[in-house]
Design a protein around this ligand. Structure first.
Ligand code: UT7
Length: 332
């Protein structure tokens, strides 16, 4: 049987920085409030003409270069995004494939908000284990600034832009393999975090009315409580199912939504500060890109070594959630 291994990681963060001080000039907030309530100091914002697929391509190029796998060997591309280049079609994954010059690939997007990267990891694993695909490029890419209402202080302080990518490849060596991925969803919480306008759920009479109405809306405090509960249970379940203790995890990589959520979940799980990967202070919440961007940070800092065990944990709109136990298994 084929197993699926995480071969490489890459990421891209746009150069423009939006600080808390900048936001305090736009809405009624302060650096002190944002820092205390979220841990965020700044986030990256894409250029006006820079698209989600442009960012995805830059992250993917790094992941491909680092993987030691020729791009001709990539047979599938999956992009997790809630801020695609185009509303319905073509998918961002097909645009990324074209810009990378990939041929003979299956390419599609999925929508699972901040859990997107864990979802596409599970899809890549399933396709590889079934023998249908051998090398899958997975990308979480978001231009959240395009769907953020910069007059709403409850959301605009949180979100940023960026992309992360990974190559998941087939192996016969079980010790290299992704151990497990859990995913879940509960649509009864749909109204906690949504873009209520612009789709068939809320059709508009005119394009003018629709334009600019696709902003995210969030019931922040309720979402916060469900996030802490769900993220903690998610990890407890996947560790128990695989008979792995939290001390065996080298790097706990939670979705980077809010430092207080990460701290509460880390403490509940008995994770030490050294185990918990944090990037929320510098990138804010980049939804589907947040986990691969965080893994890339520890990789580029030289903290992620071959054979080390990553524990991923995500939560987002839908509601969706997911966790994964993933050894880092580079080919070189
Ligand atoms: O990634 C997907 C999942 N998303 C999340 O997990 C996000 C979860 N939620 C959060 O991170 C937090 O709920 C927020 C950061 C959004 C808000 O923090 P909070 O501690 O839950 O604050 P709150 O909504 O309970 O509001 C407390 C107070 C309110 O004022 P009053 O009613 O006490 O006078 C708000 O109006 O803080 C006020 N407030 C602000 N003040 C300054 C809300 N946003 C701001 C702001 N600046 N940006």
């Amino acid at each position: 049987m084929a197993y699926a291994a995480l071969r490489s990681i890459g990421a891209y963060a746009p150069k423009n920085i939006l600080t808390n001080e900048d936001l305090a000039k736009m809405v009624d907030t302060s650096d002190d409030w944002i820092t205390k309530r979220t841990g965020i100091k700044e986030r990256r914002i894409a250029d006006k003409n820079e698209t989600t697929s442009d960012m995805g391509v830059k992250a993917a190029q790094k992941a491909i270069e680092r993987s030691g796998i020729a791009k001709e060997e990539i047979d599938m591309v999956i992009c997790a995004t809630i801020s695609p280049d185009y509303f319905c079609m073509p998918s961002t994954a097909t645009l990324i494939s074209n810009k990378l010059g990939l041929q003979n690939v299956t390419a599609f997007d999925i929508s699972a908000a901040c859990t997107g990267f864990v979802y596409i990891l599970s899809i890549a694993k399933a396709f590889i284990e079934s023998g249908m695909k051998k090398n899958v490029l997975i990308i979480g890419a978001e231009k959240l600034s395009a769907i953020t209402d910069y007059t709403d202080r409850g959301t605009c302080i949180l979100f940023g832009d960026g992309a992360g990518a990974a190559i998941v490849g087939a192996t016969n060596d079980k010790s290299e393999a992704i151990i497990d991925v859990h995913t879940g969803a509960d649509g009864s919480f749909a109204d906690l975090l949504m873009t209520p306008n612009g789709g068939t759920g809320s059709p508009h009479d005119s394009l003018e009315q629709e334009a600019g109405s696709c902003y995210m809306q969030m019931k922040g405090n309720e979402t916060f409580k469900v996030a802490v509960r769900t993220l903690t249970k998610d990890v407890e379940d996947i560790l128990a199912a695989n008979n792995i203790a939290s001390e065996q995890v080298d790097h706990f990589v939670p979705h980077q939504a809010n430092y207080r959520i990460i701290k509460a979940v880390g403490d509940a799980l008995g994770m030490s500060d050294a185990q918990v990967v944090l990037t929320v202070h510098k990138y804010g919440n980049t939804s589907g890109a947040s986990i691969p961007m965080a893994i890339n940070d520890i990789y580029e800092e030289g903290k992620l070594k071959a054979g080390e065990l990553l524990l991923l944990d995500a939560f987002g709109g839908g509601l969706t959630w997911g966790s994964a136990l993933v050894p880092f298994s580079p080919l070189r």
